[in-house]
Structures are given as C-alpha cells and as structure tokens.
Design a protein. Structure first.
Length: 65
C-alpha cells in the first residue's frame, strides 16, 4: 500500500479534474465515485507511510513461560 501513494495521488487528481470540471457525459457519476475511492486510498496510503516504518529488520524475542 505504501508503494502506491504516488499512483493514488495521480489518479485522484485526474478523476477529480474530470469529475468536477463541469463536464457532462453518461459516465460522470462513475468518475466521481472513482474520485472518492482513490482519495480514500490515498489517505490510507499516506497514513500507512507515516506511521509504519520501512525497516526490514525483524528482532526475535524469546517468550517467557
């Protein structure tokens, strides 16, 4: 999800411009719904990129019984 942040940003901008620029065609409602979906995915990707680190190092801990 973190790797797709730039893709979601571009798709949000493109669908936002198409959906809310005042154009009228048959699929305009679909474009507006896609804008909302891409905007939500962009927010989730930004939050995951902010809060979760990119370290691949895993530390093993022993569990006490």
């Amino acid at each position: 999800m973190k790797n797709y942040t730039l893709h979601f940003l571009i798709m949000t901008i493109v669908t936002g411009l198409l959906g809310f620029a005042g154009l009228t065609f048959y699929g305009i409602e679909v474009v507006r719904v896609l804008f909302l979906i891409f905007a939500d995915l962009l927010i989730v990707a930004l939050i995951s990129k902010t809060f979760f680190s990119d370290t691949k190092e895993v530390k093993l801990q022993r569990v006490k019984k």
